[in-house]
Ligand binder design. Structure first.
Ligand code: RFL
Ligand code: PHB
Length: 390
């Protein structure tokens, strides 16, 4: 088989890239390791920046999001019971975010790819990239016990943190930056009305908690947990009790609980791998970087990479110039590092750090006092949360 762009990974980055390229007449084939049911069963991000919302509309996949998603003009931060609203709209001259699950974005993208006869090969095993430094790269994979070869002109590595693309770049070229946090998030999805109309990010002595949602009858909650925590030890009752103990009194009293329909633990990490390109290979999304979920930036950052990469490929196929392809890594990394900084800052501000006792705790408290009392500080938070311009 032959295509113009071989896309490794059928998560949001890979599918969105494939959809955008298709609309510009550029062919692609997506190779996904897992089954479609598995990919659509993953519960991940829930907050979309306006930049991603605009991209989904431009890619003809925004209709259901517009009908079923919810615009949020602000969110709350509660620190030791003291609650403060961050007025995103007021502080950013009218900007807001969209609450619509990554699972739904992925489903919409799969539906759009199917409707346009896009080729997405699932359960593609042992994907391997070849001749990336030549102008005739190719990809091999196995499916159903048979071996296949996909010839292409470019390879887009959209295969997430554990994918094969990043490791296809020689180790002496890659530079990796990493911070692993000494805790994770235990998340629960439940068919209960959210405790509040807007998200609440909570810091308490017992640790961080987040009240989020997918709709007015589907809630998503998280509590900071130890890295070695075992899901088996977390009954629904224990989770609700722990969450309630970390919320301000009014929220704790109005929390409606119910059976969980999903429960999982995610470690928190900041990670960047540079450069994002090697010969004809270009990395995008979690394949190149990971942020802790506190700033809601993971999916949004994947989208901005896809924006820059699709523009570069469109320029190459449109006018035969490779200037944007050459500049892709540097340009995308500038925005990536800003989201890294913001996610690290929000994580540092809101979590309970085991080593923080004393000085660290007082700095955290002072940072919050400053934030709650300074419009300038809130504006900086709001402008990052709604998303920096592409
Ligand atoms: P994805 O979504 O990981 O998709 C990559 C796809 O590549 C496939 N794959 C391969 N395919 C072929 N061959 C291989 N060798 C392959 N190896 C992997 C995988 O099966 C997968 O389908 O990356 P993408 O598209 O870049 O999208 C990025 C976002 O998914 C990610 O940034 C966010 O979901 C991060 N994230 C969260 N972000 C938030 O903003 N808020 C959250 O609450 C939030 N929760 C999460 C998360 C990420 C998690 N991960 C990665 C473990 C919770 C979890 C558990
Ligand atoms: C979510 O709803 O899953 C969510 C929302 C905001 C975050 C992280 C996760 O910062």
């Amino acid at each position: 088989m032959r295509t113009q762009v071989a896309i490794i990974g059928g998560g949001p980055s890979g599918l969105l890239l494939s959809q955008i390229l298709h609309l510009k007449g550029i062919s692609s084939v997506v190779l996904e390791r897992k089954s479609r049911a598995y990919v659509l069963g993953r519960i991940r991000a829930g907050v979309l920046e306006q930049g991603l919302v605009d991209m989904l509309h431009a890619a003809d996949v925004g209709t259901r999001m517009e009908a079923e998603g919810h615009r949020h003009d602000g969110f709350d931060i509660a620190f030791q019971g003291q609650r403060h609203r961050i007025d995103l709209k007021g502080l950013t001259g009218g900007k807001s975010v969209m609450v619509y699950g990554q699972t739904e974005v992925t489903r919409d993208l799969y539906d759009a790819r199917d409707a346009m006869d896009g080729i997405v090969i699932d359960e593609a095993e042992n994907v391997s990239l070849h001749e990336l430094k030549s102008d005739q790269p190719y990809v091999t994979y196995e499916k159903g016990g048979e071996k296949f070869r996909l010839d292409c002109e470019f390879v887009a590595g959209c295969d997430g943190f554990h994918g094969v693309s990043r490791s296809s770049i020689p180790a002496d070229i890659l530079k990796e930056y990493e911070r692993v946090y000494p805790f994770g998030w235990l998340g629960v999805l439940s068919e209960t009305p959210p405790v509040s109309d807007e998200l609440i990010y909570n810091h308490s002595d017992k640790g961080f908690a987040l009240c989020s949602m997918r709709s007015d009858h589907l809630s998503r909650y998280y509590v900071q947990c130890a890295l070695d925590e075992d899901l088996k030890d977390w009954s629904d009752d224990r989770f609700w009790e722990e969450l309630r103990s970390r919320l301000p009194t009014d929220a704790a009293q109005s929390l409606i609980t119910g059976p969980s329909i999903e429960k999982s633990i995610a470690p928190l990490r900041s990670f960047v791998s540079e450069p994002l390109s090697y010969g004809r290979l270009f990395l995008a999304g979690d394949a190149a970087h990971i942020v802790p979920p506190t700033g809601a930036k993971g999916l949004n950052l994947a989208a901005s990479d896809v924006h820059y990469l699709s523009e570069a490929l469109i320029e190459y196929y449109g006018v035969g110039r490779d200037t944007k392809l050459k500049g892709y890594s540097d340009l995308a990394l500038k925005r990536i590092w800003k989201a890294m900084r913001f996610s690290w800052w929000m994580t540092s501000l809101l979590h309970k750090f085991p080593e923080n006792e004393g000085f660290g705790d007082r700095i955290q408290q002072t940072e919050i006092d400053y934030l709650f009392s300074s419009k300038a500080a809130q504006t900086a938070l709001a402008e990052n949360y709604v998303g920096l311009p592409y």
